[in-house]
Each structure stands twice: as structure tokens, then as C-alpha cells.
Design a protein. Sequence first.
Length: 208
Amino acid sequence: MPELSSWDVISGADQGQLILAVDFPAVGRPEASFADLAEKMGSHWAEYCVLQTVPPDGRVDRGSSGQDYLRPWVEEIWSDGRPVAAVLGYCAGGVHAAAIAGQVGRWQRPAPAVVLFDPQVDAAVLADEMCVQLERMLGSLLPSGQAEEAGKKAAELAGASVGDLFDLADSVVGLFRQMAAPAFDRLGLSVAGRTPNRPVVTTRRWTL
């Protein structure tokens, strides 16, 4: 199979049909991943190659379109050439799963099935989830009282938001860095170690 940079192979690398899983599992996340599902399915998925999304390596900004965001994933599936049996999506990944299936349907008939697990597509729900995740992550770094305080501050930020998830995300990340700074200091993390890279979103053109 072609070398992939936007998808991780979960299982069945040399099998014929693809199952695409859209999810962004993180270390410490209590919810199961599609890798767990593939393991449970065992021989039932023996004929499939299961691929899972790698988060885009570019920063998405207000000038980016949905096509810009999907492009790396879709182009690699197009180049791979194998039929796609289904596209799975978990949580916010459900939005991308449906869009990816729609793109695949431009060159494949029938279009792949779409299966969503606990989908979240509403901006308000995503804003609430940011607050929950912030408190959860800080819970492993700070005393519970401080983590709860951070959760309340994040909820206040979400309540004051005018619906722009870009600004809210920047504010919540800023709050996390502020609250976690003492723990980072104790761990001796360098500036580079506590600051994520901010690469530029690709804007190359593509056709199908």
C-alpha cells in the first residue's frame, strides 16, 4: 500500500477494502478508541484494512475552508485506490466522517456507509466539551480544588463566547497554560516542551 502520512494503520494493512475511522484519541482519554473496536471485531474485520485519521499538521484558521481541512485525508484515500466499505466517526469526528464519505462518493459507487458513535455537531456542545476536557487534563496536574476552579473559569469563557470556537479555543488553551505553568515548572519542561508547534495550513489545489 502507498505510504500514508494522514492515516494510521490500525489493522489489516494488506487487506483489500478500507474502513476509515475518524477520531483523535489522546493519551489518558478514558473512552475506547477505534483501535479497541478493531481488536474486538477480530476475524469479523479480517478482510478490511482499518485506517484512522492523523490530526492535520497545519493550523486551521478563519481563511481555511472545509475542503482545506479534509484535503490531506481525502487525497491519500484517492491515491490508495482501494474501495472504502465504511467511514466511522466518533464525537466531533462524526462531522469529518460524513464529509469524507461524501468526497469518496464522488468517485466510488456505492458511496461508503457512514456509522457515527456519540456524534457531536453543535458548537455549544463542543464548547462545553472543551471545558470538561480542560478540567480533566488539569486534574492530573493540580489539586482537585484548583482543577475545579479552572473548570469554572472555562465555563465562564464559554458563557461569554459569541459563538466563535476559534477564539474560545485560544482562550481555553491560554487558561490551561496559565493554570498548568506551576506543574510544568516542577517537571522542568522547557519552553519548547510546553508550547505546541503552529505550522501553516497547506493550500495546494487538488482535483478528483
